[in-house]
Write a protein of this length. Structure first.
Lengths: 298, 298
């Protein structure tokens, strides 16, 4: 069986591709050729290294989401403004040098007030809605830049981004706090910090250095210190985003440790979040995009 | 004229020394041999490279403040707990291999609740109090880790540390925000951000990424973005420390651009701060320490 299209999830740090026939996966491959390590001329060769063997003769559509459409990506795909469905035509069409495929980049979403953008998460949201078309409430997609997304009537109504993951990586890996942390964890230290930061966000200004001071004064286990740092940052995030998650159902996308921490943090603030396994929702979103493209062509 | 003691300001990134006779400077020298680049065996050679030519025969006292007394320094000097005068005997005595000098490291200060520590700033505070012995109010020492210090009756009553400078360096230099900043500045963007963050500290959770989003959406000058990042972080800091600076006189130590930004930020919140030139207050503090040592010896 030969593929009739190719799906591509192309983020900052990785490229993942699937050879597809309708919604069925025939083959898949991945590499570390994310946008972050590619120059302008590197995108097409990086893609061909993975999909070259799948290309026959007639041009196959490749549908791609993520940072491949950023300003530093292969070709910039203009944002679509919310409120809008997570996917919508036209996609951003790019002509590659190789005639055996065509490239369709899914646009990200933008919001004017407050200013915000996403690229790639719109496809995950679309994938989630494939299985839950009447969902109304808040999706949380934890990551380097966690997205909080309010969904209503199949549309992204509004969203907020918190760079909590990036802040945690910088503070735990490169700031003076790194001397007092290790890879350990302490749930109580985490929930205490979440509650404190959410109740009094201003304290973050002094509470960060206090982690270091407690360690120097001899009374803070490195794993508890790491959990406290994470808790302070996620507590601030929950205070900043409460207007989007309070009162409605909240679904956390992803089954990993980070989603578990977000679920615990939300429960500390009396919000019970559903945690769903996010595996393959990006592919489900790319399949939805493929159907849109086919419908438009017929 | 030959020196009768040597003063040393030995921080993380620099070493500065003065050949002294009483309170008079006979000579001075400096190098980039801060604690941060020295291993355990590197401290004495680094000091001798600067002061070797000043040493005659009889052992000269070297009085040093700063990170040289940290756990990763030459020898750890235990903290003194506040409330206490900024300087107090005994100093931490270290025996060097070279018999031509003795080393006295000034202890830093610690606070149990909330946990906090300082090393080096206690000497600056002592130096400030040499010229203003009856000062009562708040000193602010801006830097990588800004210190807010409440002084009363010649003692450090309490203090708070904010790692705002380090956060700004990490976010502006290494996070995704770096793509939208340059070396420019915009006072209005700065004061607007200070006021917003101080009034609603929780918003920092989402306001940081919004800087990037505004840039991507085409409406944010890179200099204004940099000023806004600084303003958000300093606004959070002022919210976190308001209990220590509100109502009393505030003196900012240092005449550089950073102190100017703190003064503008405080004025945004209706606090008029005095800005003093902090040049040589560390040396004034080391001179005060030398007098304490001499008095104790007689």
């Amino acid at each position: 069986m030969t593929p009739d299209w190719i799906a591509a999830d192309w983020g900052t740090s990785a490229l993942r591709v699937w050879a597809m026939r309708g919604d069925s996966v025939l083959a898949e491959a991945q590499s570390a050729d994310g946008m972050g390590r590619l120059g302008q001329d590197g995108f097409e060769p990086a893609l061909l290294r993975l999909i070259g063997g799948w290309l026959t003769g007639a041009p196959l559509p490749v549908i791609a989401c993520g940072m491949v459409g950023a300003r530093q990506g292969w070709s910039e795909a203009a944002y679509r403004a919310v409120p809008c469905p997570p996917l919508g035509l036209p996609f951003h069409r790019v002509e590659p040098a190789d005639p055996r495929f065509t490239l369709h980049i899914l646009p990200g979403l933008s919001q004017t007030t407050p200013p915000d953008v996403m690229r790639g998460e719109e496809t995950q949201i679309a994938g989630f809605l494939q299985g839950r078309p009447v969902f109304e409430g808040t999706l949380c997609l934890p990551g380097t830049h966690t997205k909080w997304v309010h969904v209503r009537a199949g549309k992204v109504a509004r969203f907020q981004t918190c760079m909590t993951g990036e802040l945690f990586a910088l503070l735990s890996g490169q700031s003076v706090l790194r001397h007092g942390l290790d890879e350990g964890w302490d749930d109580t230290a985490f929930t205490t910090a979440v509650a404190e930061a959410a109740a009094n966000p201003a304290r973050l200004g002094t509470d960060l250095f206090a982690i270091r001071a407690r360690g120097l004064l001899g009374s803070f286990a490195p794993g508890a210190a790491r959990a406290r740092l994470s808790g302070l940052l996620i507590g601030l995030e929950l205070a900043a985003t409460c207007a989007i998650w309070q009162g409605g159902p909240v679904v956390l996308i992803g089954a990993g440790g980070l989603s578990r921490h977000y679920a615990i943090a939300l429960s500390t603030l009396n919000c019970t979040a559903e945690v769903t396994d996010g595996t393959e929702i990006t592919l489900a979103g790319l399949c939805a995009a493929h159907r849109l493209l086919k419908e438009a062509a017929t």
